[in-house]
Design a protein around this ligand. Sequence first.
Ligand SMILES: Cc1ncc(COP(=O)(O)O)c(C=O)c1O
Length: 483
Amino acid sequence: MTLNEKGISKREIFTQLKQKQTQDFDWRTGRIFCSVYPAGKEIEEIAKEAYTMFLTENPVDPTLFPSLRDMETEVVAMCSDVLQGGKEAVGSLTTGGTESILLAIKTAKNRAKALNPTQTEFEIIIPYSIHSAFFKACDYFEVKPVVIPLTEDFKADAKAVENAITNNTILIAASAPSYVFGVVDPIREIGEIAIKNNLLFHIDACIGGVVLGFNRLAGMKNVPEFDFSIPGVTSISMDLHKYGYTAKGCSVLMHKDKTYRKHQYYACSEWTGYTLVNPTILSTKTGGPIAAAWAVMKFLGQDGYCDISRITMDTTARFISGINAIDGLKVVGNPEVSLFSFTTTKGNPYDLFDELNDKGWFVQFQLSNDYCPANLHLTVSKIHEGLVDEFLLDLKTCVEKVQKKGLVKKTTEKVTIEAVKKLAQNLSPENFEKIGKILGFSNGKVPEKLALINRIMDVLPPDTVRNTLIDYMNDFYTLNEER
Ligand SMILES: Cc1ncc(COP(=O)(O)O)c(C=O)c1O
């Protein structure tokens, strides 16, 4: 494809954009349980309007756009208040949970280097259930991830945290909650360990910052503790583009005080251009997410967030009891927030995922792990309030259908799995193409049924899954006019 020589009209552009959008999942139906967090049309419109108002403004230079600096510091202050940060807490808006986590680890590494310039090896201690963004940060910043096990309730084993500390440890991290199990790690216990060992302690509250924060403010019972009120916590990530209901591209990384945040900044005096000092990873970026976050938070206020929290938690409780009541399904552990996973005790989860898809529901498939078999994950939002009964009815029908097929894997499938495993031992371009054909990928199109692919991924060694995914993505993002 080449760029059209002459520009096309605005009307034609939007016709084409609308046409492209028809390929996408219609999330406004609410039949999706990941990636989007809809909280109503009015909130969406406010975010959109505020975003476009500051689309071109650029926070890279706060002297040019003090409005963005003001809004950013106000959003951070409002979040820090929810997380009981006190007067000293500070923070920055980032583009998402991953960037907040990357920066928390960069901060820890820079601080360690400042305190001990001879340190050359750096380790962070993370529970088995922590989000993949921590592994990504370790990969980017050359830090070793030291993974500790979980206890029976799927929470980090605090004793194992203590035992894993070495002279190279620069930070401990925990989840509030973990994405997979929806439970909060023992923050108070780990906080004590962090203090005793003079270590930084980061809480991944990308989900819980808003959910648990407002559950507490709404006066709900048994909300797990996780925030700055707990001694030892030095930084928290809290995503506003998820349960904060604002535009994508917005998370907050908060530090206990400025002495910690200092190590997050980057300044460059070596080059010949304009003076550069960046609090976050990107330099030039749009002011849109900052304005949208400010607008949505002000619009909802504490009461607005608490009301949505009540609806979301009630809806989640209905899903959980409904799923546990279906013969052959079981929710994993005791989720403490509005996301959770469930496994199949009869029938297989791979086919169940496809069956639900056929009925127009999109849940998230998760491969098996050391603590539970392959499972399906739900992130519940306000939009699901009126859909619980319909979902549970469809789920029951799908489970019955899958159970009829039985757990026994068909011989042909066994043969296919073995063939892929063999080919994957040497991921040459030819073998990669052969695997693609077996799995049904053609012209970069994803096959409609994913049961076989998910089942195969579940049995391949992690290294092979990683390499296959990279090769597949590398292929997928190429122009294919037949698509
Ligand atoms: C607990 C948790 N941490 C971090 C992240 C990463 O956030 P993002 O996708 O915004 O980069 C997620 C995403 O779902 C999450 O659930």
